[in-house]
Design a binder for this molecule. Structure first.
Ligand SMILES: *Cc1c(COP(=O)(O)O)cnc(C)c1O
Length: 361
């Protein structure tokens, strides 16, 4: 990947071409429609950019967590069907109606808070005890929704749930029961939806009318390594200093690392404030001078030292992570080194790196 010189420090490059490719891949697997989930600023890749790209590549819906995220997408000019699924009761639901944002309703209290004109997706818990109404509450929720619909106050657009990972077959049965009960109560939801990225890729029986994919759009495959998806983010940093040190030289805070031989150290202006997990330090690598170089010592707030080859010069560019084209670590490698998920790496980037978007429509 070519790296321009604008913005001299650490730099995040978002490749919307990869987002478009991933969207097409997911849309081809989905039996029904595809919702582009762009919560948490599009998993750190830019919500409006990812949304626009995904809609241009086969997605028909947008999804976010909070209403504030939804209204920001409307303000950015995105007019596609849009669902927000996690809101406290005090939220400005009238604004959702004005901006034609569908709302998930997980409880009778939320249903009662819906203003006239609300379009709702009844949210069922099918086995993760996180968000959504518990099965014992479904009957009352469906009855109350039917009454609210009959009075003309709301429209029930959808029924939704979310998968925990294990026990998917049981969750699918539970979701089918929920849909059947909703229809029996007189509701006619147009979109029933359950699957996120992992189930979209591996479990067609979870697809129903719509799948909600977020991680997959940006190249993260939670089902474990679908190579058809492409990482959409690259983090680079320039070499600011180079020093030669003798064997035994301690490096960084707490002297946790010592040079095993006479060697060459390169300093990169990227640290945990920029999103590198400090816990990754003992295993972390970057690509520099065409080869993998170990991080030497602690990851600091603003900088890391790497053990580099002898040919490395000030001004060279290190690839901290990227799609892997040149042998650089992937986001997933950094996640594994830190004992976390790639999702946490991409959503945890700091605001300091210069951001650059390529491959747009
Ligand atoms: C985040 C989220 C998704 C998207 O999940 P991915 O695994 O990132 O595709 C779908 N549905 C809900 C309710 C979510 O919170």
């Amino acid at each position: 990947m070519s790296v321009a010189t604008l913005g001299a420090g650490a730099r995040v490059t978002v490749d919307l071409g990869a987002v478009a490719h991933n969207t097409r891949t997911l849309a081809a697997r989905a039996r029904g429609e595809l919702m582009a989930v762009v919560k948490a600023d599009g998993f750190g890749h830019g919500a409006a950019d990812v949304a626009r790209t995904a809609l241009g590549a086969g997605a028909t819906w947008l999804g976010v967590t909070g209403l504030g995220e939804a209204l920001a997408l409307r303000a950015a000019g995105l007019t596609a069907p849009l669902l927000s699924w996690l809101n406290p009761l005090g939220e400005d639901f009238a604004a959702a109606v004005r901006q034609q944002v569908d709302l998930a309703v997980p409880s009778l209290a939320h249903l009662a808070a819906m203003p006239p004109g609300a379009r709702v997706h009844l949210q069922l818990d099918t086995g993760m005890a996180r968000d959504g109404a518990a099965p014992g509450e479904w009957g009352a929720l469906f009855e109350a929704a039917r009454e609210a619909e009959a009075s003309g106050r709301i429209v029930v657009t959808g029924v939704m749930s979310h998968l925990a990972g294990p026990e998917t077959a049981r969750a699918v049965r539970s979701f089918r029961d929920g849909i059947a009960a909703a229809f029996a109560a007189g509701l006619r939801p147009r979109v029933c939806h359950l699957a996120a990225t992992a189930a979209t890729l591996t479990r067609p029986e979870t697809h129903f009318d719509l799948v909600r994919t977020g991680a997959g759009l940006v190249g993260i495959d939670p089902s474990g390594g679908d190579t058809a998806l492409r990482g959409a983010m690259t983090l680079t940093a320039p070499v600011v200093e180079v020093r030669r040190v003798p064997a035994g030289t301690p490096v960084g805070y707490d002297h946790t690392w010592r040079a095993a031989r006479d060697t060459c150290l390169a300093l990169l202006p990227v640290g945990y404030a920029d999103g590198l997990p400090r816990a990754a330090g003992p295993w972390a690598e970057v690509l520099l001078g065409g080869r993998r170089c170990r991080v030497a010592g602690r990851i600091s707030m603003d900088q890391i030292v790497v053990e580099a080859g002898p040919g490395v010069r000030i001004g060279d560019t290190a690839i901290v992570f990227g799609p892997g084209d040149d042998g650089e670590p992937a986001v997933g490698d950094w996640a594994a080194w830190a004992g976390t998920l790639p999702h946490e790496i991409v959503t945890g980037l700091g605001r300091r790196p210069y951001r650059h978007v390529i491959g747009g429509l």
